[in-house]
Design a binder for this molecule. Structure first.
Ligand SMILES: NC(=O)c1ccc[n+]([C@@H]2O[C@H](COP(=O)([O-])OP(=O)(O)OC[C@H]3O[C@@H](n4cnc5c(N)ncnc54)[C@H](O)[C@@H]3O)[C@@H](O)[C@H]2O)c1
Ligand SMILES: [Zn+2]
Length: 381
């Protein structure tokens, strides 16, 4: 990781698809120059007047999209802004078609760059349009949520939802660059901020005990969104995820699966609780503790590993058990987990910690044990 006074750079090394993640604070005015620089690296990019379509949502376009658009136009770009209604339901095939229409209207060609300004929803949708229009347009991400900074903008997965399956229609399309200005996070609603923190804690547990200790030692600064600490946790998280993606770009050898720590439980809770009850990060926080109790039952860890995670998550105002007013039956959770796409031939597979900083993909966990765990966690809360 390179760094100067106010900027960290994470290099994502993927042969000819390699790119940089730049992490800065209060430097959106530098974005047009950086974007030009990234485009200049493209072999077919010789245009004097760069052209771009910015894609954003109804919450972010007024906060950030308009000023980024102005910055690009002032820098000589031919740029348009496409805005859609904020929310997960925007990640649809029909919105992708609307983006295609707007690209046709602006006579986009393979030099037109798609720039996503927003959270994971914007990045996934804009990236999918970029991956598919004219067999692939250059794509740049300007993530504006913590989850997008540390998770969805790293790794090249883009896609939209099908009415019967989340992220069912998608592609791998690496960006030319990712520009993270942590000042964008100041306007993020508290619940969305905390949701992203769950993924940050996840990286500590699965990959890096020292990072976990750093988080434990900086809870106050994290909660107050201190700029220096934000740059540190964002760049470290990007580096950790990038390391995994570099080893398993196309999710072929199973290494990327470790990023799903806590997610088998989380997906079941998100599905069964219905929209709005739990954010993704809240469900992941609870799911990581479930997975840890399961690991303890299997004698892989002692209770100290659970206690440290519970304490850190609680200090970051994240839940570690389902809310009091939610009652789910162990059977329903178990059936939902078996339908999860990460189950192989109906067998339950979990990502379980062996200590803080290390996890193992554990196939074929006994259903009885999971049933017992769920009874303990869901019925005795
Ligand atoms: N591609 C991947 O690898 C990957 C990984 C993880 C998650 N995801 C996807 O990411 C999506 C979730 O991302 P998310 O949590 O960022 O959700 P999101 O994009 O819906 O953003 C959350 C909310 O915050 C608002 N917002 C965004 N930036 C803001 C800012 N700076 N100030 C104020 N409000 C702001 C948004 O308008 C939205 O209302 C899901 O669709 C998920 O499937 C993708
Ligand atoms: Zn997640």
């Amino acid at each position: 990781m390179k760094s100067n006074e106010n900027r960290e750079i994470v290099d994502v090394d993927l042969a000819e698809r390699s790119y940089q993640i730049v992490i800065c604070t209060d430097e959106l005015s530098q974005f047009p120059a950086m974007a030009r620089n990234w485009l200049d690296g493209l072999a077919h990019w010789k245009s004097e007047t760069p052209s771009a379509m910015l894609i954003s949502d109804s919450h972010v376009s007024g906060l950030l999209g308009d000023s980024i658009l102005k910055g690009l136009r002032d820098d000589g770009w031919q740029a348009e802004l496409f805005t859609f209604e904020a929310g997960e339901s925007a990640k649809s095939v029909s919105n992708t078609e609307k983006i295609y229409d707007a690209l046709v209207d602006m006579q986009a060609d393979r030099k037109t760059c798609i720039i996503a300004v927003g959270g994971g929803v914007v990045g996934d949708l804009a990236g999918f349009a970029a991956a598919t229009y004219a067999r692939g347009l250059p794509f740049i991400q300007v993530p504006t949520t913590l989850l997008a900074d540390v998770d969805s903008s790293v790794g090249g997965k883009v896609g939209v939802n099908h009415p019967r399956g989340k992220n069912l229609i998608g592609a791998f399309h690496q960006p030319l660059g990712v520009y993270i200005d942590t000042a964008c996070l100041q306007s993020l609603p508290e619940r969305d901020y905390r949701s992203g923190l769950a993924e940050v804690v996840k990286y500590g547990v699965i990959l890096d005990a020292e990072f976990f200790e750093y988080l434990e030692a900086h809870v106050g600064e994290i909660n107050s969104r201190n700029p220096d600490v934000l740059r540190e946790i964002v760049s470290k998280s990007c580096r950790l995820k990038a390391d995994v993606v570099e080893e398993d770009e196309f999710e072929r050898d199973g290494l990327r699966a470790m990023l799903n720590y806590g997610h088998t439980f989380a997906h079941a809770y998100e599905t069964l609780c219905g929209y709005g009850e739990l954010t993704h990060g809240e469900a992941v926080a609870i799911g990581m503790i479930d997975a840890s109790y399961l690991a303890e039952k299997m004698k892989r860890i002692d209770s100290h590993v659970i206690e440290r995670q519970v304490k850190l998550l609680e200090d970051l105002n994240l839940p570690t058990t389902l809310p009091e007013d939610v009652s789910l039956s162990p059977d329903a959770v178990l059936s939902s987990m078996k339908l999860d796409k990460k189950t192989v031939a109906g067998k339950l597979r979990f990502i379980l910690p062996s200590r803080v900083g290390h996890v193992e993909v554990t196939p074929d966990v006994s259903e009885d044990l999971v049933q017992q765990l769920l009874e303990q966690r869901l019925l005795q809360k």
